[in-house]
Design a protein around this ligand. Structure first.
Ligand SMILES: [Fe+2]
Length: 151
């Protein structure tokens, strides 16, 4: 189901929130292109637009996390990498089988629904890290990993 951007998806960092809105739009454009059976060229073009948008957004997030010395950067980047590989696999199937309702649904799930989960599970963590840094006036190392028990 297509979902509109909502404030509940905001992580409180304007630049990133704007990009997430754009990510929703790219996702919906891709879904619609597959659903409308725009023809192979139109569909592949929509995949290309989604890929370009995701790459640009992920690069911006990576630069932001590096600038704030986010400790779980590597795990976060692995998720972005997984997303790009799934997009490649989707493009391969679109080229092989052509557009279908099934592939439209898969595209929406792996872009829009993925993003919603990714924001809630991952992006909020670096936002919290940055906010805690702002409050203390200096970088604070946080990690979701439990401390190692020395005993
Ligand atoms: Fe992210």
């Amino acid at each position: 189901m297509l979902k509109d951007w909502s404030e509940v998806y905001s992580i409180g960092i304007d630049e990133i929130d704007q990009q997430h809105r754009g990510f929703f739009n790219a996702s919906h454009r891709l879904y619609q292109a597959i659903l409308d059976r725009e023809g192979r060229d139109g569909v592949i073009e929509a995949v290309g637009f989604m890929r370009h948008y995701a790459e640009t957004h992920f690069q911006a997030e990576e630069a932001f996390m590096r600038a704030h010395a986010y400790p779980d950067l590597e795990a976060h980047l692995r998720q972005h990498g997984r997303f790009m590989r799934q997009l490649d696999a989707l493009e391969g199937d679109l080229r092989t089988f052509g557009p279908s309702q099934q592939l439209a649904d898969r595209a929406l799930e792996m872009t829009q629904d993925w993003l919603i989960d990714h924001i809630a599970d991952e992006d909020v963590l670096y936002a919290l890290h940055v906010k805690s840094e702002d409050q203390s006036g200096q970088p604070r190392v946080t990690s979701r990993h439990p401390p190692i028990d020395p005993t």
